[in-house]
Design a binder for this molecule. Sequence first.
Ligand SMILES: *[C@@H]1O[C@H](CO)[C@@H](O)[C@H](O)[C@H]1NC(C)=O
Length: 334
Amino acid sequence: MLEFAPFRIPMDRRMQTFAVSHFVFCFLFLGPLSVIFFIYVMFFTSYWYLLIPYIIFYVLDWDTPEKGGRRSPWMRNWKFWKHMSNYFPTSLYKTVDLDPCKNYIFGIHPHGVLCMGSFTHFCTNGSEFESIFPGFNSHLTMLPFWFRLPFHRDYLMTGGLVPSTKRSILHILSRPDGGNICCIIPGGAPESLNARPGDCVIMLKNRFGFIKVALTEGVDLVPVFSFGDHELWEQEPNPPGSWLRKFQDFSQKWCTFALPMFHARGIFQYNYGLMPYRKPIHTVVGEPIEVEKNANPTKEEIQALHDKYVTKLQELYDKHKSKYVKGESKLVIE
Ligand SMILES: *[C@@H]1O[C@H](CO)[C@@H](O)[C@H](O)[C@H]1NC(C)=O
Protein backbone atom coordinates (compact mmCIF):
# COMPACT_ATOMS: atom_id res chain seq x y z
CA MET A 1 0.00 0.00 0.00
CA LEU A 2 1.20 3.47 -0.84
CA GLU A 3 1.33 5.64 2.20
CA PHE A 4 0.73 9.27 1.32
CA ALA A 5 1.93 12.34 3.16
CA PRO A 6 -0.97 14.20 4.81
CA PHE A 7 -2.51 16.89 2.64
CA ARG A 8 -2.34 19.54 5.34
CA ILE A 9 1.23 20.02 6.42
CA PRO A 10 2.58 22.99 8.36
CA MET A 11 4.47 25.48 6.23
CA ASP A 12 7.80 24.93 7.95
CA ARG A 13 7.69 21.20 7.17
CA ARG A 14 6.98 22.01 3.54
CA MET A 15 9.97 24.34 3.51
CA GLN A 16 12.13 21.55 4.99
CA THR A 17 11.06 19.10 2.31
CA PHE A 18 11.63 21.71 -0.38
CA ALA A 19 15.13 22.52 0.91
CA VAL A 20 16.15 18.85 1.03
CA SER A 21 14.68 18.13 -2.41
CA HIS A 22 16.73 21.05 -3.75
CA PHE A 23 19.87 19.51 -2.30
CA VAL A 24 19.17 16.04 -3.65
CA PHE A 25 18.28 17.46 -7.06
CA CYS A 26 21.45 19.58 -7.24
CA PHE A 27 23.67 16.74 -6.05
CA LEU A 28 22.38 14.36 -8.71
CA PHE A 29 21.42 16.54 -11.64
CA LEU A 30 22.84 20.06 -11.48
CA GLY A 31 26.22 19.02 -12.94
CA PRO A 32 24.85 17.19 -16.00
CA LEU A 33 22.15 19.82 -16.55
CA SER A 34 24.72 22.64 -16.50
CA VAL A 35 26.67 20.88 -19.24
CA ILE A 36 23.57 20.17 -21.31
CA PHE A 37 22.45 23.80 -20.96
CA PHE A 38 25.88 25.04 -22.00
CA ILE A 39 26.08 22.78 -25.06
CA TYR A 40 22.51 23.54 -26.06
CA VAL A 41 22.94 27.31 -25.95
CA MET A 42 26.35 27.09 -27.62
CA PHE A 43 25.50 24.88 -30.56
CA PHE A 44 21.75 24.77 -30.96
CA THR A 45 20.57 28.34 -30.49
CA SER A 46 21.47 31.71 -31.99
CA TYR A 47 22.32 33.07 -28.53
CA TRP A 48 25.73 31.41 -28.34
CA TYR A 49 27.42 34.83 -28.08
CA LEU A 50 25.79 35.32 -24.66
CA LEU A 51 28.12 32.63 -23.35
CA ILE A 52 31.29 34.41 -24.44
CA PRO A 53 31.63 36.55 -21.29
CA TYR A 54 31.16 33.41 -19.21
CA ILE A 55 33.76 31.49 -21.20
CA ILE A 56 36.26 34.33 -20.69
CA PHE A 57 35.45 34.37 -16.98
CA TYR A 58 35.76 30.56 -16.81
CA VAL A 59 39.22 30.59 -18.38
CA LEU A 60 40.51 33.45 -16.22
CA ASP A 61 38.97 31.82 -13.16
CA TRP A 62 40.35 28.33 -13.89
CA ASP A 63 42.65 28.25 -10.87
CA THR A 64 40.22 29.65 -8.30
CA PRO A 65 38.84 26.31 -7.03
CA GLU A 66 42.33 25.11 -6.10
CA LYS A 67 43.18 28.45 -4.54
CA GLY A 68 40.64 28.34 -1.77
CA GLY A 69 37.53 28.71 -3.93
CA ARG A 70 35.08 31.54 -3.57
CA ARG A 71 32.91 31.19 -0.49
CA SER A 72 29.87 33.39 -0.08
CA PRO A 73 29.10 34.08 3.60
CA TRP A 74 25.74 35.44 2.51
CA MET A 75 24.71 32.23 0.75
CA ARG A 76 26.07 30.03 3.51
CA ASN A 77 23.82 31.90 5.88
CA TRP A 78 20.59 31.41 3.90
CA LYS A 79 17.57 30.54 6.05
CA PHE A 80 16.97 27.84 3.45
CA TRP A 81 19.83 25.74 4.84
CA LYS A 82 18.35 26.01 8.32
CA HIS A 83 15.17 24.44 6.93
CA MET A 84 17.30 21.70 5.39
CA SER A 85 18.96 21.06 8.75
CA ASN A 86 15.61 20.94 10.55
CA TYR A 87 14.26 18.25 8.21
CA PHE A 88 16.35 15.53 9.88
CA PRO A 89 17.29 17.45 12.14
CA THR A 90 21.08 17.71 12.03
CA SER A 91 23.14 18.75 15.06
CA LEU A 92 26.80 19.60 15.36
CA TYR A 93 28.67 19.19 18.67
CA LYS A 94 32.20 20.02 19.69
CA THR A 95 34.03 18.24 22.50
CA VAL A 96 36.71 20.92 23.00
CA ASP A 97 37.35 24.45 21.78
CA LEU A 98 39.73 24.75 18.85
CA ASP A 99 42.39 27.44 18.58
CA PRO A 100 41.39 29.93 15.86
CA CYS A 101 45.05 30.83 15.32
CA LYS A 102 45.71 27.31 13.95
CA ASN A 103 44.55 25.39 10.90
CA TYR A 104 43.00 21.94 11.22
CA ILE A 105 42.16 18.88 9.18
CA PHE A 106 38.78 17.34 10.00
CA GLY A 107 38.52 13.67 9.03
CA ILE A 108 34.82 12.99 8.62
CA HIS A 109 33.19 9.56 8.79
CA PRO A 110 31.05 8.18 7.28
CA HIS A 111 30.50 9.59 3.78
CA GLY A 112 26.86 8.47 3.70
CA VAL A 113 25.01 8.37 0.40
CA LEU A 114 25.08 12.12 -0.32
CA CYS A 115 27.28 13.62 2.48
CA MET A 116 24.14 15.10 3.96
CA GLY A 117 25.56 15.92 7.40
CA SER A 118 28.95 17.07 6.13
CA PHE A 119 27.37 19.43 3.64
CA THR A 120 24.90 20.94 6.10
CA HIS A 121 27.50 21.46 8.81
CA PHE A 122 30.52 22.54 6.84
CA CYS A 123 29.16 24.19 3.68
CA THR A 124 26.33 26.17 5.27
CA ASN A 125 25.44 27.79 8.57
CA GLY A 126 22.33 25.58 8.71
CA SER A 127 23.45 23.81 11.87
CA GLU A 128 25.18 26.95 13.18
CA PHE A 129 28.76 26.09 12.41
CA GLU A 130 29.62 29.79 12.51
CA SER A 131 28.42 30.09 16.11
CA ILE A 132 29.90 26.76 17.28
CA PHE A 133 33.34 27.39 15.76
CA PRO A 134 33.65 31.18 15.79
CA GLY A 135 36.57 32.53 13.80
CA PHE A 136 36.83 29.48 11.54
CA ASN A 137 36.32 28.99 7.83
CA SER A 138 35.42 25.45 6.83
CA HIS A 139 36.21 23.99 3.43
CA LEU A 140 34.79 20.63 2.45
CA THR A 141 36.77 18.81 -0.25
CA MET A 142 35.04 17.16 -3.20
CA LEU A 143 36.00 15.28 -6.38
CA PRO A 144 37.94 17.72 -8.64
CA PHE A 145 35.85 16.76 -11.68
CA TRP A 146 32.82 18.71 -10.41
CA PHE A 147 34.79 21.96 -10.44
CA ARG A 148 35.28 21.79 -14.19
CA LEU A 149 31.59 21.92 -15.08
CA PRO A 150 30.43 25.41 -16.07
CA PHE A 151 27.97 27.17 -13.69
CA HIS A 152 27.89 24.12 -11.40
CA ARG A 153 31.41 24.99 -10.17
CA ASP A 154 30.36 28.50 -9.22
CA TYR A 155 27.44 27.25 -7.16
CA LEU A 156 29.65 24.69 -5.38
CA MET A 157 32.28 27.26 -4.51
CA THR A 158 29.80 29.53 -2.70
CA GLY A 159 29.59 26.93 0.08
CA GLY A 160 33.36 26.90 0.54
CA LEU A 161 33.78 23.59 -1.32
CA VAL A 162 37.19 23.00 -2.87
CA PRO A 163 38.64 20.17 -4.99
CA SER A 164 40.21 17.27 -3.12
CA THR A 165 43.61 17.75 -4.76
CA LYS A 166 46.87 18.07 -2.87
CA ARG A 167 47.45 21.56 -4.22
CA SER A 168 44.05 22.76 -3.10
CA ILE A 169 44.36 21.23 0.38
CA LEU A 170 47.87 22.64 0.86
CA HIS A 171 46.65 26.07 -0.18
CA ILE A 172 44.11 26.11 2.64
CA LEU A 173 46.36 24.57 5.28
CA SER A 174 49.28 26.89 4.59
CA ARG A 175 47.35 30.09 5.25
CA PRO A 176 49.48 31.75 7.94
CA ASP A 177 46.76 33.40 10.05
CA GLY A 178 45.03 30.15 10.97
CA GLY A 179 41.29 29.70 11.37
CA ASN A 180 40.94 27.32 8.42
CA ILE A 181 39.46 23.86 8.57
CA CYS A 182 39.98 21.48 5.70
CA CYS A 183 37.21 18.88 5.92
CA ILE A 184 38.20 15.62 4.29
CA ILE A 185 36.03 12.53 3.98
CA PRO A 186 38.74 9.85 3.83
CA GLY A 187 36.31 7.13 2.74
CA GLY A 188 35.37 9.19 -0.29
CA ALA A 189 32.72 8.22 -2.81
CA PRO A 190 33.46 4.43 -2.59
CA GLU A 191 32.25 4.54 1.01
CA SER A 192 28.82 5.65 -0.19
CA LEU A 193 28.34 2.12 -1.56
CA ASN A 194 28.22 0.87 2.05
CA ALA A 195 25.68 3.37 3.36
CA ARG A 196 22.45 1.73 4.50
CA PRO A 197 20.61 1.34 7.80
CA GLY A 198 22.45 -1.03 10.13
CA ASP A 199 26.17 -1.32 10.67
CA CYS A 200 28.24 1.69 9.71
CA VAL A 201 30.98 0.43 7.39
CA ILE A 202 33.73 2.98 6.82
CA MET A 203 36.85 2.76 4.66
CA LEU A 204 39.91 3.90 6.52
CA LYS A 205 42.54 1.16 6.70
CA ASN A 206 44.06 2.10 3.35
CA ARG A 207 43.55 5.85 3.53
CA PHE A 208 46.92 7.49 4.17
CA GLY A 209 46.77 10.67 2.08
CA PHE A 210 45.22 12.94 4.70
CA ILE A 211 47.54 11.53 7.39
CA LYS A 212 50.57 12.30 5.26
CA VAL A 213 49.41 15.86 4.58
CA ALA A 214 48.86 16.41 8.32
CA LEU A 215 52.45 15.28 8.96
CA THR A 216 54.17 17.22 6.19
CA GLU A 217 52.26 20.40 7.07
CA GLY A 218 52.27 19.90 10.85
CA VAL A 219 48.50 20.40 11.07
CA ASP A 220 46.44 18.88 13.88
CA LEU A 221 44.03 16.13 12.90
CA VAL A 222 40.51 16.06 14.25
CA PRO A 223 38.36 12.90 13.97
CA VAL A 224 34.70 13.67 13.32
CA PHE A 225 31.92 11.11 13.49
CA SER A 226 28.51 11.71 12.01
CA PHE A 227 26.02 9.42 13.76
CA GLY A 228 23.05 8.57 11.56
CA ASP A 229 24.49 9.85 8.28
CA HIS A 230 24.63 6.34 6.79
CA GLU A 231 21.00 5.53 7.63
CA LEU A 232 19.13 8.15 5.63
CA TRP A 233 18.47 5.96 2.57
CA GLU A 234 18.04 2.26 1.83
CA GLN A 235 20.42 0.81 -0.72
CA GLU A 236 20.09 -2.18 -3.04
CA PRO A 237 22.18 -5.08 -1.70
CA ASN A 238 25.65 -5.00 -3.30
CA PRO A 239 27.88 -7.42 -1.40
CA PRO A 240 31.44 -7.82 -2.75
CA GLY A 241 31.33 -10.16 -5.75
CA SER A 242 27.74 -9.36 -6.79
CA TRP A 243 27.17 -8.08 -10.35
CA LEU A 244 25.95 -4.76 -8.99
CA ARG A 245 29.10 -4.28 -6.96
CA LYS A 246 31.28 -5.22 -9.94
CA PHE A 247 29.50 -2.67 -12.09
CA GLN A 248 29.85 -0.03 -9.35
CA ASP A 249 33.56 -0.76 -8.92
CA PHE A 250 33.99 -0.49 -12.68
CA SER A 251 32.28 2.90 -12.87
CA GLN A 252 34.24 4.01 -9.81
CA LYS A 253 37.50 3.05 -11.47
CA TRP A 254 36.88 4.53 -14.91
CA CYS A 255 34.58 7.48 -14.23
CA THR A 256 35.56 8.17 -10.57
CA PHE A 257 31.85 8.16 -9.63
CA ALA A 258 30.32 5.75 -7.21
CA LEU A 259 26.78 4.85 -8.24
CA PRO A 260 24.90 3.83 -5.11
CA MET A 261 21.41 2.49 -5.94
CA PHE A 262 19.59 4.25 -3.15
CA HIS A 263 16.01 5.06 -2.31
CA ALA A 264 13.93 5.97 0.71
CA ARG A 265 10.76 8.07 0.36
CA GLY A 266 9.19 10.55 -1.99
CA ILE A 267 7.99 14.10 -1.61
CA PHE A 268 4.29 13.22 -1.41
CA GLN A 269 4.40 9.58 -0.31
CA TYR A 270 6.50 7.61 2.14
CA ASN A 271 7.15 4.39 0.21
CA TYR A 272 9.66 5.07 -2.53
CA GLY A 273 11.73 7.92 -3.88
CA LEU A 274 15.01 9.74 -3.64
CA MET A 275 14.16 11.80 -0.58
CA PRO A 276 15.96 10.74 2.62
CA TYR A 277 14.15 9.62 5.76
CA ARG A 278 13.60 12.17 8.48
CA LYS A 279 16.16 10.68 10.87
CA PRO A 280 18.42 12.71 13.15
CA ILE A 281 22.09 13.26 12.29
CA HIS A 282 24.38 13.89 15.28
CA THR A 283 27.87 14.94 14.29
CA VAL A 284 30.51 14.97 17.02
CA VAL A 285 33.81 16.79 16.48
CA GLY A 286 36.48 15.05 18.55
CA GLU A 287 39.62 16.34 20.24
CA PRO A 288 42.49 17.34 17.96
CA ILE A 289 45.44 14.97 17.68
CA GLU A 290 48.57 17.10 17.88
CA VAL A 291 50.84 16.55 14.91
CA GLU A 292 54.42 17.70 14.75
CA LYS A 293 55.67 18.91 11.38
CA ASN A 294 57.78 16.33 9.62
CA ALA A 295 58.69 17.27 6.06
CA ASN A 296 59.80 13.77 5.10
CA PRO A 297 57.86 11.23 7.13
CA THR A 298 58.84 7.59 6.81
CA LYS A 299 56.30 4.86 6.14
CA GLU A 300 56.45 3.85 9.81
CA GLU A 301 55.76 7.39 11.01
CA ILE A 302 52.75 7.66 8.71
CA GLN A 303 51.49 4.29 9.91
CA ALA A 304 51.98 5.30 13.56
CA LEU A 305 49.86 8.45 13.15
CA HIS A 306 47.27 6.46 11.22
CA ASP A 307 47.04 3.93 14.05
CA LYS A 308 46.62 6.73 16.56
CA TYR A 309 43.91 8.32 14.43
CA VAL A 310 41.97 5.05 14.13
CA THR A 311 42.16 4.56 17.92
CA LYS A 312 40.94 8.09 18.60
CA LEU A 313 38.09 7.71 16.12
CA GLN A 314 37.02 4.43 17.71
CA GLU A 315 37.17 6.06 21.16
CA LEU A 316 35.05 8.96 19.94
CA TYR A 317 32.49 6.52 18.57
CA ASP A 318 32.41 4.40 21.72
CA LYS A 319 32.09 7.42 23.97
CA HIS A 320 29.04 8.80 22.19
CA LYS A 321 27.30 5.74 20.74
CA SER A 322 25.00 5.21 23.72
CA LYS A 323 23.43 8.61 23.09
CA TYR A 324 23.06 8.42 19.32
CA VAL A 325 23.01 4.79 18.16
CA LYS A 326 19.74 2.90 18.35
CA GLY A 327 19.74 -0.89 18.27
CA GLU A 328 22.65 -3.09 17.45
CA SER A 329 24.49 -1.25 14.71
CA LYS A 330 28.28 -1.32 14.97
CA LEU A 331 31.15 0.65 13.53
CA VAL A 332 33.12 -1.48 11.06
CA ILE A 333 36.46 -0.11 9.88
CA GLU A 334 37.64 -1.59 6.58
C1 LIG B 1 24.74 31.41 11.88
O1 LIG B 1 23.46 31.10 12.40
C2 LIG B 1 23.24 31.53 13.73
C3 LIG B 1 21.91 30.99 14.22
O2 LIG B 1 20.88 31.30 13.37
C4 LIG B 1 23.33 33.05 13.81
O3 LIG B 1 23.15 33.47 15.16
C5 LIG B 1 24.71 33.48 13.31
O4 LIG B 1 24.77 34.89 13.28
C6 LIG B 1 24.98 32.91 11.92
N1 LIG B 1 26.37 33.20 11.59
C7 LIG B 1 26.76 34.00 10.61
C8 LIG B 1 28.22 34.24 10.46
O5 LIG B 1 26.00 34.51 9.84
